[in-house]
Design a protein around this ligand. Structure first.
Ligand code: IMP
Length: 427
């Protein structure tokens, strides 16, 4: 039985939660392997809407073990807030497991995220302000705090003392902020130790043993390919590995055990935060997509930037991740348009690019070359099979599939859990 990765193929918010949920009943483990509470999955079950920021969406599937892997950065206050919120609505969270090697987001990292953005001014990244970047930077600088350290007060105090020596210089001397105290930082982290302890384990071992037993493990990416620190539109990226490679390092599952990579693409494109976005629309069509698609951030509430489908980035995502299947979400949002343009390539200073330009300056200057497809007006939200779609919607999907480098195995036609056409079974 396989390990399967689900990856965002654009700039995030493609609807991964829904795709994960679609598979949920057939998987034994759902693993979050990167990012932190900068993510936002919205899962709709019946008349209940769940917005998850940190917990893997498998938490909503009874019997499925949700896992926070070693590649994640964890804000412990948010973790318990989310657990308590779900428990209050009758969701059982008792199976949750957390890696001993995931790093904690300390208060000084949240402060530094916000002040750094302010300091950058027009050069800001547009981060979620949750302390994600500074926490990953600490991990790479070898001054981070893995979860296992909060169970040893002496070690924790030593590490916090060490890291604050430098952080406090930065906070007070560069940013003119209050310094953080060792006592308060340690106290804030220790406050969660007792509740956290039973959930913490060697999740890499747990997951590999599950695969040995023939169980199915789903690796669920936070953020997306174009926000990946290596493969995204650097520096306008998040600080973790959101691609299929990151699914291995962030979980401890080796590459050869990963059988399937499902890329999630929206039928159009959105982005939050700063950075280049060739097909962005600043006209009425952009506003239309935002309104009809309810494109506002789950985590920050920010309006998302909207634009047409970009097959260049979809092809890129297919290549970087080895996508075996795409799930095309929110096709219904395109209903009611006279024509639906798709970006097939870029024009960069008079030169056609069919693949992502390697040079970021070129990408900033990329002008989309569009092919227009005729629109459809029929309500597609009740479509159960591909054949149920109007001809123009079918042609759009087939054209997008041909351009994007992997088969489209499922199509989202509405926000409900059931409003999905399965073209090829995903497992
Ligand atoms: P950070 O992850 O908070 O450091 O933000 C870095 C960039 O990634 C910003 O442009 C954010 O808007 C973007 N970002 C982070 N998480 C998500 C997400 O879940 N969906 C979409 N964009 C995100």
């Amino acid at each position: 039985m396989p390990a399967i990765a689900i990856i965002g193929a654009q700039w995030g918010d493609e609807g991964k939660g829904k795709a994960t949920d679609l598979l949920g009943n057939r998987v034994d483990y759902v693993v979050k392997f990167n990012g932190g509470n900068n993510a936002g999955h919205t899962v709709v079950i019946g008349d209940q809407k769940y917005a998850l920021h940190l917990l893997p969406s498998g938490i909503l599937t009874p019997g499925c073990t949700p896992v926070i892997g070693n590649g994640v950065v964890v804000d412990l206050a948010v973790l318990f807030e989310e657990i308590d919120g779900l428990e209050a609505r009758g969701v059982d969270t008792s199976l949750l497991k957390v890696s001993a090697n995931a790093h904690v987001i300390a208060d000084y990292n949240r402060s530094l995220d916000k002040v750094t953005e302010r300091f950058l001014g027009s050069r800001r990244i547009g981060t979620t302000g949750r302390g994600i970047g500074p926490t990953y930077a600490d991990k790479m600088n070898r001054v981070g705090i893995p979860i296992q350290d909060i169970f040893d007060e002496k070690i924790l105090t030593q590490k916090v003392e060490g890291v604050l020596e430098l952080k406090n210089q930065i906070l007070t001397k560069i940013y003119n902020r209050r310094s953080a105290t060792v006592e308060q930082t340690v106290e804030e982290l220790l406050a969660f130790a007792e509740r956290l302890h039973p959930m913490v384990c060697d999740t890499g071992l747990l997951l590999n043993q599950a695969l040995d037993r023939g169980e199915t493990v789903l690796l669920e990416a936070g953020q997306a390919t174009l926000l990946d620190v290596d493969h995204g539109t650097y520096p306008f990226v998040t600080s973790s590995s959101a691609t299929a490679g990151g699914a291995c390092t962030g979980s401890g599952i080796p590459p050869m055990r990963m059988d399937q990579v499902i890329g999630i693409v929206k039928a159009y494109t959105t982005r939050v935060g700063e950075g280049p976005f060739p097909t962005e629309l600043s006209d009425d069509f952009g506003e239309h997509l935002r309104k009809v698609g309810a494109e506002y951030g789950t985590t920050t509430g920010r309006p998302r930037r909207c634009g047409w489908y970009d097959s260049v980035i979809a092809r890129y995502a297919a290549r970087v991740n080895g996508v075996t299947d795409f799930v095309l979400t929110k096709l219904d949002v395109l209903t009611g348009l006279e024509k639906v343009p798709v970006c097939v390539a870029y024009d960069v200073n008079g030169v056609r690019h069919d693949e992502m330009p390697v040079n970021q300056s070129d990408f900033h200057h990329a002008v989309p070359i569009y092919e227009d497809f005729p629109g459809w007006w029929e309500d597609i939200s009740a479509a159960k099979t591909f054949e149920d779609l109007p001809k123009n919607a079918k042609d759009y999907v087939l054209a997008v599939e041909k351009m994007s480098g992997a088969r489209i195995s499922a199509i989202g036609v509405g926000p409900d859990r059931d409003a999905t056409i399965v073209v090829h079974e995903l497992i």
